[in-house]
Design a protein around this ligand. Structure first.
Ligand code: SDX
Length: 428
């Protein structure tokens, strides 16, 4: 197998190393391309063929629908691990033993109080503010209340920032939801598990004891694991890009949250439910919407379908679809949009337009149905995606900093006006 690639330009051959990863993925190392070819660069809108880094965190095989975190399959982790265990695995590279996990959780608990002043900022937002805009602002605001989290020049400083955000982010998520509902911004109970405490903070009513439902805890725990990382997706690449300037962890995460908000990315989980409800309200005519999705003149896309990497089933979608049936059954919830979703999926998987383009349901297609069954408002769905993705973003940011990656600064090909002289306004 070749270890170099040769590029011939204007009759001259240039050789570049071919690198190979531990799963036999190969890449042309073009670090010397511009300097050796007198300024020639590559161009690749959307980076569909361009690797930004080498990473040891998550492995995706889009052709075969494989997803592994630090070598463990998503199927095994979703079945056998809990979210905090997976967070530790992603960030530090190994599954923790009981003692290590207990210390990690205790360190997080010590950081689970948020400066009371932040409530003033939350209350300054209108109730109609989209939760993703609120949580992105609040995450960046944390820097103002924790300035030491910017200078992460040591492992210890990085660790302290990590447990700080893992302790405070769930509080901000709960308060963002409760603010919209006019509920008091209270804390949960640190004697509970990490995900149990999140649920209590989100759903505890001021006038009732919160009754924990293990089925709900298990369903949310699994959803958070399934969203925890996904290699160099749009929001993770944003976290890495912002962090590469040595901006602090919190503001890098805040930028990632903003990127995730887009309906082509994490915002799709909200868009899917809105689409399914729209189809149902329109008489459930899935064929009409399939035709719209295929019509190049119609901006409508089948939200929750397609993926840049998966050209096969998104393994997470398979797990979530199965879990949706179980959770709704366990909770005795009947949600008519689940039938609309299954009908759409069946039609799309038999339709040449989707089959030829290898468009399958992705992680966002069924997740909203479970969030809804858990009582989470639609506008909060993408915030829940961010809650799950937090450890992955943290892991990728930490890896980028520890590997001392250079500041991200892509090149371009200029296609604008050539040199021209200034024209005084009276002559224009
Ligand atoms: C996430 O990257 C990640 O890992 C992301 C994520 C993660 O965990 O971080 O997995 C989470 O973001 C999942 C994706 C959620 N987004 C959606 O469900 C929105 C709907 N999907 C599409 O917008 C689209 O499929 C993307 C954005 C997901 C992928 O877009 P690509 O890779 O740029 O593909 P493309 O737009 O070039 O589409 C290729 C073809 C086009 O048709 P042709 O020009 O070849 O004729 O497929 C068509 C597209 O028009 N197409 C769709 C479609 N998705 C692609 N047509 C109808 N409906 C769709 N959903």
């Amino acid at each position: 197998m070749s270890t170099t690639a040769t590029l011939t330009i204007d009759g001259q051959a240039y050789e570049f190393p071919l690198i190979k990863g531990t799963e036999n993925e190969r890449a042309i190392d073009i670090k010397t391309l511009r300097s050796s070819t007198n300024g020639i660069i590559t161009i690749d809108p959307g980076y569909k063929n361009t690797g930004s880094c080498e990473s040891a965190i998550t492995f995706l095989d889009g052709e075969n629908g494989i997803l592994r975190y630090r070598g463990y399959t998503i199927e095994e982790l979703a079945e056998k691990a809990d979210f905090l265990e997976v967070a530790y695995l992603l960030i530090f590279g190994e599954l923790p033993n009981e003692e290590t996990l207990k210390k990690f959780h205790n360190d997080i608990k010590k950081e689970s109080v948020v400066d009371e002043e932040i409530k003033k900022i939350i209350h300054a937002f209108p109730k109609s503010a989209h939760p993703m805009g609120v949580i992105s602002s609040l995450t960046s605001t944390l820097t103002a209340f924790n300035p030491s989290s910017v200078d992460v020049s040591s492992d210890e400083a990085i660790y302290n920032s990590i447990v700080r955000i893992l302790g405070k982010f769930p509080v901000l998520v709960a308060w963002t939801m409760r603010k919209r509902q006019g509920l008091p911004l209270d804390y949960g109970d640190n004697s509970l598990g990490y995900v149990e405490n999140i649920l209590k903070m989100m759903f505890k009513r001021p006038d009732e004891e919160y009754v924990m439902n293990k089925k709900v805890v298990d369903a949310l725990d699994k959803l958070l694991i399934l969203h925890a990382d996904h290699e160099q997706n749009c929001s993770t690449s944003t976290v890495r890009m912002v962090g590469s300037s040595h901006a602090g962890l919190f503001v890098s995460l805040s930028a990632g949250i903003s990127a995730l908000w887009g309906p082509l990315h994490g915002g799709a989980n909200q868009a899917v439910i809105e689409m399914l409800e729209g189809i149902r309200a329109d008489g459930g005519d899935t064929k009409k919407y399939m035709a719209k999705a295929k019509d190049k003149n119609d901006p409508f896309r089948l939200m929750g379908f397609g993926h840049r990497v998966y050209k096969n089933f998104d393994p997470r979608a398979k797990i979530i679809k199965k879990s949706a049936d179980e959770v709704l059954g366990d909770l005795g919830v009947v949600d008519p949009v689940l039938d609309v979703a299954k009908g759409l999926e069946k039609e799309a998987l038999e339709d040449p337009y989707f089959v030829d383009r290898k468009l399958y349901p992705n992680v966002d297609f069924y997740s909203g149905i479970i969030y809804r069954a858990l009582g989470i408002p639609t506008e909060m769905f993408t915030v829940m995606f961010a809650l799950g993705r937090l450890p992955g973003w943290i892991a990728q940011w930490r890896e980028m900093r520890l590997r001392k990656e250079p500041i991200g600064r892509p090149r371009q090909v200029y296609i604008g006006a050539n040199k021209r002289d200034f024209v005084p306004i009276e002559e224009r």
